[in-house]
Design a protein around this ligand. Structure first.
Ligand SMILES: Cc1cc2nc3c(=O)[nH]c(=O)nc-3n(C[C@H](O)[C@H](O)[C@H](O)COP(=O)(O)OP(=O)(O)OC[C@H]3O[C@@H](n4cnc5c(N)ncnc54)[C@H](O)[C@@H]3O)c2cc1C
Length: 371
């Protein structure tokens, strides 16, 4: 089978790796840098504990979490998946899971659905994270996800592409897809901005938030509801922060070499899509003030860099994974939570396209619901 994968983000790179491994002749077309799209501007928490609004969505993400763990074990020296654990203040839990506070016991739901979680008190938090001001801690305590962590998206995507090129002959083409080539109701290849065309038996569109632009045809457009995300990075500092912290003030986690990555949902809502991602950005400064409240030891720390991104979110908020109902041999993967799902989508798309085996976890997330 000859396949084209459009987009070398965490998802396209995973698909390119798994399909090549399974014997397909794969060409990955990337317009910019591998891993340089939304995957480079992500909180990148690999989890299913924030995906509780539907059992099917939880199971999809839980499969994603486990797939990353398996994949990292397949690679000697895998350096992209970090799993020191994540702490979530109890009063950030219900809101983040999409429920009204009070109606919902997140710990009970997670335990029932088999997700590793523990309740922790002030004292344990103080032991886990000595720099945190315990007065910011929720009265109700916190949930601790001891097996959770995050992924370095560009490092992961790069490792997948490199391994696929070296081991299985993946072709990486630097270029921008401007049009899907079709014949008799089926995709047959892509046209690049350079004028070059590439033919294949199947085209997989993994260009994320750019998925509609890449195919250049309204008939195949997927309805999207993109939102803006802003991430601020502190200077390297002497912090003792080790875990991911999901607090009502700010979400933060280590980002290597003493840098701390900061973001917050409510602040994201105030960020215009076209704003300049500079350290003086008001949203970045607000994040900084909040993290200093959380960890007063950061008093002398400042923001060194800011990035903004548009989340690739299908209109109903859930993943869109599967064959396009209006065109044969054309398969699409557009999703938020893409970091969590990447490795599993790689496995699943390969099962469906190369082995002809339908993936039950994808069943509720087909594109047909939009067409
Ligand atoms: C602020 C923020 C926080 C997030 N937090 C989390 C989180 O905690 N956990 C989680 O799981 N997810 C999170 N996400 C979502 C996650 O980052 C995305 O779902 C994921 O990165 C999407 O990956 P992708 O491979 O689909 O897209 P991308 O990484 O955007 O990759 C698409 C690639 O396609 C290329 N491309 C585009 N157009 C073309 C074209 N015409 N031709 C060729 N190539 C093209 C781009 O250059 C890009 O490299 C977050 C996102 C944001 C913005």
């Amino acid at each position: 089978m000859k396949a084209i994968v459009i987009g070398g983000g965490v998802i396209g790179a995973s698909i390119a790796y798994r399909m090549s491994e399974a014997g397909a002749d794969v060409t990955l077309v990337e317009a910019g840098r591998v891993g340089g799209g939304t995957s480079s501007t992500s909180y990148a928490w690999v989890n299913a504990c924030e995906k509780l609004t539907s059992r099917a969505y939880f199971e999809l993400n839980w499969a994603g979490v486990r797939s990353h763990r398996r994949l990292a074990e397949e690679f000697e020296g895998a350096n992209w998946l970090h799993r020191p654990g994540v702490v979530q203040w109890q009063d950030a839990g219900a809101e983040a899971a999409g429920f009204d506070e009070g109606d919902f016991d997140k710990f009970e739901r997670l335990t029932e659905w088999g997700y590793p979680a523990e309740r922790i008190d002030r004292q344990t938090l103080g032991e886990l994270e000595p720099d945190v001001d315990l007065d910011t801690f929720s009265e109700e305590g916190a949930l601790y996800y001891p097996e959770d962590g995050w992924l370095d998206g560009p490092v992961y995507a790069g490792a997948m592409v490199l391994a696929a090129r070296r081991r299985f002959g993946l072709k990486l083409v630097q270029g921008k897809v401007t049009e899907l080539l079709t014949r008799n109701g089926a995709a047959v290849g892509v046209q690049l901005a350079s004028g070059e065309t590439i033919e294949a038996d199947v085209v997989v569109n993994s260009s994320g938030r750019w998925a509609n632009e890449a195919v250049g045809n309204d008939d195949y457009e997927l309805p999207l509801a993109p939102t803006v995300g802003l991430i601020a990075y502190t200077v390297s500092c002497d912090t003792s922060l080790r875990h991911g912290l999901r607090t009502p003030l700010v979400n933060c986690r280590p980002d290597g070499a003493g840098r701390i990555l900061l973001r917050a949902n409510d602040i994201d809502k105030t960020v215009p899509a076209d704003s300049d991602p500079v350290p003086s950005h008001p949203a970045a400064q607000q994040l900084l003030q909040r993290v200093k409240k959380l960890m007063p030891t950061l008093e002398r720390v400042h923001v060194e860099a800011v990035r903004t991104a548009i989340r690739p979110i299908p209109k109903d908020g859930y993943s869109a994974i599967g064959p396009h109902p209006a065109l044969s041999n054309y398969y699409v993967t557009v999703t938020h939570s893409g970091v969590t799902l990447a490795a599993f989508i790689g496995e699943g798309v390969t099962a469906e396209l190369v082995h002809g085996r339908s993936v039950p976890e994808f069943a509720e997330f087909r594109l047909s619901r939009f067409f």
